[in-house]
Design a binder for this molecule. Structure first.
Ligand code: PLP
Length: 461
């Protein structure tokens, strides 16, 4: 685990709010997490040459099935592992922060792309979803609150917070993200009423799932300042970071011009940032990285290793080799390609929807990510009103209600849908699949077309 080491009193970065110790944020589980005794021995002896390893349960490399591993990239270039890498790819993780060369790559990437001004260190994850589950487990007890946008990542609602008994408090948002004054209002109300305050703000700042907003730098500063004042940690879940679209159709962002993250303004060590290779490269890799206060990163490593013995070794080694072969110019080129690719899909969806859905629905042209958050007009009370029609026409948006912090409520209509335009190809996004929307017009007394107006705070009717 690399860190920007704090000085001897632990406050190298000088903010009045700098977090010296994360103890006060930890849950019962978080406090109990420590490095496994066997893991400690394995990590300790891993760096000592020629040790006869009687202590661990590491299989012998001679018994591994692969003698060579080669992956072929789409441009024909090969990612070829050397014998040492082939062995590492088949062995357990020998450090709880991940395969050291990949962890070092991630730590360098964090410095290069975010230059966090506060205390931080970096560890490899098994993707952001798993890391989210782990991090919240370290911080929250059953019944604790998380602040977030009123609509958020569906897994966060029903697979992570729900089963663990954490509570979500939704804050209204607009097309630039969570509204700072509403956030302030919600927190001040909780203080005034003597309610327990949330410990964490969870936010997806770029291409938010499902709303697709990108939070501008100025608003991030306002949000950060509120979190400082109310002493909240910020869980910055940013899998769509590399999927920001250039404003101009021929513009280029790549990896170096992606704007400020919460991490990049984090003087205090209060941001827990999750990065993932899932959308930047491929979700099947199940690898990402976490940046957080060094004490929290250490606890994360204990929890990650304790739960699944770390991220997949094959993928970590292959990824490191591929990223090394690419270098920064290669990654930059790749990001430019995916940004142009998804931006084109977003534009096609938007243009087609303008023709087919004007007056029948409202949405925004996405500035990043994979989603359009679409509100049905014309008297549609709920997504379910359209289910038969969608089945008939073979289009399947997700119901907006699964993104609501309140969860689906059968008694309350939700005329919103999350459309993952990024899962369709250009042909599918052209009129043919969206055309059935015409039925909407005839069937539901559609309102006359107007320039779509985005209104988020009427989601729960
Ligand atoms: C907001 C958000 N967080 C996390 C994830 C999962 O990321 P990963 O594949 O790295 O686990 C997703 C995937 O859709 C997502 O939208």
């Amino acid at each position: 685990m690399s860190s920007s080491a704090p000085n001897s009193n632990g406050t190298s970065h000088g903010s009045a709010h700098t977090i010296n110790s994360i103890d006060r944020y930890l849950s019962v589980d978080g406090r109990a997490r420590q490095s496994g005794s066997l893991s400690n021995l394995i990590f300790k002896f891993a760096t000592v040459p020629d040790v006869v390893g009687f202590h661990g349960g590491l299989p012998r490399q001679e018994a591994f099935p692969f003698s060579g591993i080669t992956f072929t990239l789409k441009d024909g270039q090969e990612v070829n592992l050397n014998p040492e890498q082939v062995i590492a790819a088949q062995q357990y993780n020998l450090k709880d922060s991940g395969y050291p060369p990949l962890q070092q790559w991630a730590a360098d990437a964090v410095e290069k792309l975010h230059s966090p001004p506060g205390p931080h260190s970096v560890a490899i994850t098994s993707g952001s979803n798993h890391a989210l589950d782990m991090v919240l487990g370290l911080l929250l007890n059953r019944g604790d609150w998380v602040l977030t946008e009123e609509d958020t990542y569906p897994h966060m609602v029903d697979s992570i917070t729900g089963p663990h008994g954490y509570k979500l408090r939704g804050v209204p948002y607009d097309r630039h993200g969570i509204i700072p004054s509403e956030m302030e209002k919600s927190l001040s109300k909780a203080v005034a009423e003597g309610q327990p305050l949330p410990k964490v703000l969870y936010t997806v700042p770029i291409g938010q799932n499902p709303v697709s907003f990108c939070i501008p730098a100025e608003r991030r500063h306002q949000i950060y300042e509120i979190c400082q004042r109310h002493d909240l940690l910020i869980l910055e879940d940013d899998p769509y970071w590399a999927m920001q679209y250039p404003a101009e159709s021929n513009g280029e962002l790549g990896v170096h011009r992606l704007g400020k993250s919460f991490l990049s303004m984090d003087t205090d060590g209060r941001v827990v940032r999750l990065d993932s290779f899932a959308k930047m490269l491929a979700p099947g890799m199940r690898v990402g990285w976490l940046t957080a206060h060094p004490e929290l990163t250490a606890r994360f490593c204990f929890a990650h290793h304790g739960s699944c013995l770390g991220a997949n070794s094959v993928m970590q080694v292959v990824l490191h080799q591929m990223l090394t072969q690419w270098g920064w110019p290669g990654l930059d080129q790749h990001c430019k390609r995916i940004q142009a690719f998804y931006r084109n899909l977003a534009d096609t969806f938007h243009e087609t929807a303008l023709q087919e859905l004007a007056g029948l629905a409202e949405w925004h042209r996405p500035e990043g990510g994979m989603f359009v958050w679409l509100k049905f007009l014309g008297g549609i009370w709920d997504y379910d009103d359209l289910l038969d029609l969608m089945l008939e026409e073979k289009v399947s948006p997700a119901p907006g209600s699964i993104c609501s912090v309140h969860g689906p409520r059968p008694d309350v209509g939700c005329p919103w849908a999350r459309i993952c335009f990024a899962s369709a190809n250009q042909e599918q996004l052209c009129s043919q699949q969206i055309e059935p929307s015409r039925h909407l017009g005839s069937g539901h007394g559609a309102v006359a077309s107007a320039e779509p107006e985005f209104v988020q705070d009427v989601q729960i009717l």
